[in-house]
Design a protein around this ligand. Structure first.
Ligand SMILES: C[S@@+](CC[C@H](N)C(=O)[O-])C[C@H]1O[C@@H](n2cnc3c(N)ncnc32)[C@H](O)[C@@H]1O
Length: 273
């Protein structure tokens, strides 16, 4: 497949995924996950103008609004933006005038407007140029603004299982893959299968439909880049930023398979000047 067709299949899979699946609801488990992942405080986004890049179904925009955001701008390249608009308007109708939706690629964004907080959560790795996506996101920050970044770690466990499996699953029709997600989504809750399936990239979330969504997300998109910590840190330094990694270190067994952190790489990033 050419680079263009890989990109358009990736974009289609996100449009399918976020419109197909459960509407956003009071998803408190995921909210707790987000708060832990980035060590957020109660008023983390109070009075802040937030840009959510690659907003998907709007789950993190929803969290930013719940944590006090003054306004939210959602930017996404795919039809996921329709689901995002529907969800946020339903859940935060009182703030409807403070919402903006832009259908565009982050790689083409001109950073004319700056934001207090920028979310780039699970997005850069699905673009054809993750380094440029990170640079564009940093360009959108106000002087004291914060970028919340989440990316995937390249590790031995993934090399052995996740990557070979993805070679097949990324070629399957989306409807078929969506049906197949039932199988690992159910099996992952069996104690003996949990660790190997988790190491193969299978989600362990509480709700079945959310596990299916997350599994589809991991196995459908032909463009998915995996990074080392050193690579990401070298970009943040190159773009003149200070950063902290907020994801928790892995347990002993996962470390043996090269997984340094639970839930991959979460970083909070600020510009030096
Ligand atoms: C894995 S989903 C993450 C969604 C959301 N941030 C979350 O974590 O729930 C990736 C999202 O990024 C969007 N995306 C992919 N490439 C993009 C690009 N070049 N510019 C903007 N959005 C993009 C996809 O359409 C999709 O909605």
């Amino acid at each position: 497949m050419t680079k263009n067709s890989l990109e358009s299949r990736t974009v289609q899979s996100f449009g399918f995924e976020w419109n197909k699946t459960i509407p956003l609801h009071e998803n408190l488990a995921e909210f707790d996950f987000f708060k832990k992942l980035f060590h957020t405080e109660k008023n983390e986004f109070k009075g802040k103008e937030v840009l959510d890049i690659g907003s998907g179904n709007g789950q993190y925009s929803d969290f930013a609004l719940r944590l006090g955001a003054k306004s939210i701008t959602c930017l996404d390249i795919s039809d996921a933006l329709n689901a995002c608009g529907r969800n946020l308007e339903k859940m935060h109708f009182d703030k409807i005038k403070k919402m903006k939706f832009i259908k565009k690629s982050i790689l083409e964004l001109k950073a004319n407007k700056k934001y207090d907080s920028v979310l780039l959560i699970g997005v850069a790795q699905h673009t054809v140029n993750p380094r440029l996506a990170v640079k564009k996101a940093i360009d959108c920050l106000k002087k004291d603004g914060t970028l919340y970044f989440w990316g995937y770690e390249d590790n031995l466990a993934y090399k052995l299982s996740f990557h070979p499996l993805r070679k097949i699953t990324t070629c399957l029709p989306h409807r078929l893959l969506w049906k197949l997600t039932w199988v690992p989504a159910v099996l992952v809750k069996f104690p003996l299968l949990n660790i190997p399936l988790r190491c193969a990239g299978i989600s362990n979330r509480e709700l079945l439909e959310e596990r299916r969504l997350s599994i589809f997300d991991a196995f459908a998109t032909p463009i998915t880049h995996f990074h080392t910590q050193e690579e990401l840190e070298s970009w943040f330094k190159e773009f003149d930023c200070i950063y902290e990694i907020t994801s928790e270190p892995s347990d002993f067994w996962r470390r043996l398979l090269g997984m340094k952190y639970k839930n991959a790489f979460a970083f909070k990033i600020k510009r030096k000047k």
